[in-house]
Design a protein around this ligand. Structure first.
Ligand code: ADP
Ligand code: MG
Length: 148
């Protein structure tokens, strides 16, 4: 269960996120919609801890995400796995390899650099693509995908 409790993000005087409280049960697939500038990305960045909330707290099960530091924080960022729309995909690499790079935190560095994933890891990556109905594109270069 992911839980946001009164989360606020201020940029100067501006309240980009104005007191969000919500709970997402395990296994639920959720879409967040709203006009440009309504704070969607800022909310995601706080869940991922790329931004810290000005007020409020975020929990994942019993862990207070907003209190994590050091190695625990890096582990959370890897696990939370934010995928950016416009950038941070390696366009020259295929789709599955881009997905597998999300495992880099869990594999020894030399394995990630050489792209030596285990069969289990590849199956995990393909299954993640399948859940988004894009497994058939796993061998395509990432820069041949549409932005969304
Ligand atoms: N780093 C920042 N500094 C100042 N204002 C920001 C920053 N990031 C976002 N904002 C402002 O916060 C508001 C919400 O932005 P954002 O979360 O990107 O909205 P969305 O993703 O819904 O389009 C916007 O008004 C945006 O200009
Ligand atoms: Mg956005």
């Amino acid at each position: 269960m992911l839980r946001l409790d009164g989360v606020v993000k201020k940029f100067g005087e501006k309240r980009a996120v104005d007191g969000i409280s919500l709970a997402v049960p395990k296994g639920q697939l959720v879409g967040v919609i709203g006009p440009s500038g309504s704070g969607k990305s800022t909310m995601l960045r706080m869940i991922n801890r790329l931004n810290d909330p000005s007020e409020g707290r975020i929990f994942f099960d019993d862990v207070e995400v907003t209190a994590l530091q050091g190695r625990d924080l890096r582990a959370w960022r890897a696990r939370c796995a934010m995928i950016f729309q416009q950038f941070n995909l390696a366009g020259r690499l295929d789709v599955l390899t881009n997905v597998m790079m999300g495992r880099a935190f869990h594999a020894p560095l030399w394995r990630a650099l050489l792209k030596l994933w285990t069969v289990e890891e590849k199956a995990m990556g393909l299954s993640a693509l399948e859940s988004l109905d894009i497994a058939r594109m796993s061998g395509q270069r990432a820069d041949t995908l549409s932005g969304g």
